[in-house]
Design a protein around this ligand. Structure first.
Ligand SMILES: [Zn+2]
Ligand SMILES: [Zn+2]
Length: 320
């Protein structure tokens, strides 16, 4: 089942060196979720050939402009394109006001409904369907900011139909799907491990931006398959990271290691940096399985530790 992350924007406050404000697209079993919606998000969706009409859920981490200024544009484009499906927007208090006041003064009446879901607290369940659930994790930033945890639900065991005895009842089949052995009317024990294939372990993706590195262990994050963490600065700017409530690449790596995640993507780079290789080197000193967020690139949420590919280990060369 598909579970991947496409980076649409990986820069912080200003556009620089071809990098845009924060946005990323999560694809879980063909359900598309947009996380943050910086100013160029619409353009990036077009550039990377995403059919944005399929986005029904948008999650906004906080109300700094580099994370939501593209939202009203996208909302209006949906309208111009004749969208009729409901749109769900999850974000901090005030986001609903910001969007509705712009619609009010442009006398725009959208031809589709928007449902605002306000984020109020840590560990708040925001969304769930049969495959996945999305909940919040509180960040430590200058204004209220939340990360998001996308966690697959445990799936049922898959029946190996060709091996199933025809005599089993519907209830017995349901028991097998739960992973249990069964005993039929004649007293025969049917071993689950022969008749079914177990589901893969549920995968977890965690998005953390923007934040000072969090000092304590956060139980919900431990063992995540993939963590995106902001790394606005390199270590030489530690003092600035502290005063602006951001994180350095080294700190992001330490945070990933402390939570025993399987892979780390770092992003939200300050526009003062042209070359991002120092970020990669720094983070890998504390967490080897780190990759840089690269716009347009898709990252699978892998069930196991990713193999170190040549591409991931290569230094990124950027031309001006
Ligand atoms: Zn930001
Ligand atoms: Zn911010």
């Amino acid at each position: 089942m598909t579970f991947d992350i496409k980076i649409l924007g990986c820069n912080s406050a200003s556009f620089a060196f071809g990098r845009h404000h924060t946005a990323q697209l999560i694809n879980n079993n063909q359900n598309l979720f947009l996380v943050d919606c910086g100013e160029a998000t619409q353009i990036q969706l077009l550039r990377h050939q995403v059919r944005h009409s399929r986005i029904d859920h948008i999650f906004i981490s906080h109300l700094h402009g580099d994370h939501y200024l593209g939202l009203i544009g996208l909302v209006f484009t949906f309208h111009l394109q004749g969208r009729s499906d409901d749109l769900h927007i999850y974000g901090p208090a005030g986001l609903d006001e910001i969007i509705t006041i712009q619609l009010k003064y442009s006398e725009s009446r959208l031809n589709y409904p928007i449902h605002f879901h306000l984020i109020k607290e840590n560990d708040q369940l925001l969304f769930e369907n049969d495959d996945i659930q999305v909940s919040t994790v509180q960040m430590n930033h200058r204004i209220p900011c939340y990360g998001f945890i996308f966690e697959e639900k445990k799936r049922k065991f898959k029946l190996n139909r060709e091996l199933l005895p025809a005599t089993l009842t519907r209830d017995q089949l349901l028991e097998l799907k739960e992973g249990n052995d069964i005993v039929d009317a004649e007293g025969t024990v049917w071993i689950n491990s022969i008749l079914t294939t177990p589901p893969h372990e549920p995968r977890k993706y965690v998005y953390c931006a923007d934040t000072r590195v969090l000092p304590d262990e956060i139980p919900q994050l431990v063992g995540a398959n993939l963590l995106y963490h902001e790394a606005t600065f390199t270590n030489d700017m530690q003092a600035r990271a502290e005063t602006t409530f951001h994180t350095t690449a080294e700190e992001a790596g330490m945070f990933a290691a402390r939570h025993n995640v399987k892979q780390l993507i770092i992003g939200h780079f300050s526009s003062r940096y042209f070359d991002l290789n120092p970020f990669l080197k720094e983070a890998r000193q504390t967490f080897q399985q780190t990759v840089l967020a690269v716009e347009g690139q898709t990252y699978d949420v892998l069930p196991v530790h990713p193999l170190k590919t040549k591409e991931q280990n290569a230094e990124i060369s950027i031309s001006r």
